[in-house]
Design a protein around this ligand. Structure first.
Ligand SMILES: C[S@@+](CC[C@H](N)C(=O)[O-])C[C@H]1O[C@@H](n2cnc3c(N)ncnc32)[C@H](O)[C@@H]1O
Length: 216
């Protein structure tokens, strides 16, 4: 069973193979130009460099992360000054000099609404099946009507009961709705030896968009 303690332990023991040293190339390639100051939600953000990249584009970025260690590392590694405020069960870290906040705590306690856009890389696929519906519903409830969404999802032939979880196309379309479109997919086994070495024959990364009608 994947609990919050599972993730806290992953950070405590440094088992964070999901963390990327640079900005995710899919984000740079597929993020559109949104109006400056658009509010962008990054659920389950880890200590991703993608947060800084989005903030540097001029968006109001909010990342939500469970692990205090991830937050400390994010703030320290990027040499960021910040102010912290406790709001209920969540800690709100407001970064100085960048339009960026990191919310420390359980995503399911985060209740703000009205986000224009959402960037999900390795968030939905970190949720076990038992929580996946709830995760998508909770995320949709944070967004305005007709948001922009960039989702990076995975399907693979590895073990089904530990993350990253394989999530099939039907689930994505059923939960996110017919407006979501797969814009690219790639079997990473064909281009990157490490997946074969980790025992996969098939490890497909796919990028999905929901584009607001006004932008299409
Ligand atoms: C697979 S990692 C992805 C991190 C980040 N999106 C990235 O691209 O590097 C999943 C992250 O979700 C966090 N997490 C898991 N459950 C959470 C929850 N209920 N609330 C907030 N964060 C959570 C974990 O601590 C972990 O950092």
């Amino acid at each position: 069973m994947i609990t919050n303690d599972f993730w806290l332990d992953r950070w405590q023991t440094g088992r964070i193979g999901f963390h990327q040293e640079g900005v995710n190339p899919r984000l740079i390639e597929f993020w559109p130009q949104l109006p400056k100051n658009s509010r962008v939600l990054v659920p389950l953000c880890g200590k991703s460099h993608d947060l800084i990249w989005l903030a540097e584009q001029g968006y109001q970025v909010t990342g939500v992360e469970l692990s205090p260690l991830a937050v400390v590392q994010f703030l320290g590694d990027n040499d960021l000054s910040y102010e912290t405020e406790q709001q209920g069960e969540l800690k709100i870290h407001t970064i100085m000099g960048l339009p960026l906040r990191i919310i420390e705590g359980d995503y399911f306690h985060f209740q703000e609404q009205g986000f224009d856009a959402c960037y999900d890389r390795a968030a939905m696929i970190a949720m076990p099946e038992s929580k996946r519906d709830l995760y998508v519903d909770h995320t949709k409830a944070r967004l305005k009507a007709d948001p922009f969404v960039l989702l990076v999802a995975l399907q693979h032939d590895g073990t089904p009961d530990t993350p990253p979880f394989a999530v099939n196309d039907d689930f994505i379309v059923n939960r996110w709705g017919n407006n979501i479109k797969k814009i690219v997919s790639e079997n990473l086994v064909e281009t990157n030896l490490q997946y074969k070495e980790r025992g996969y024959d098939f490890f497909e990364e796919s990028v999905w968009h929901i584009t607001p009608p006004s932008a299409s």
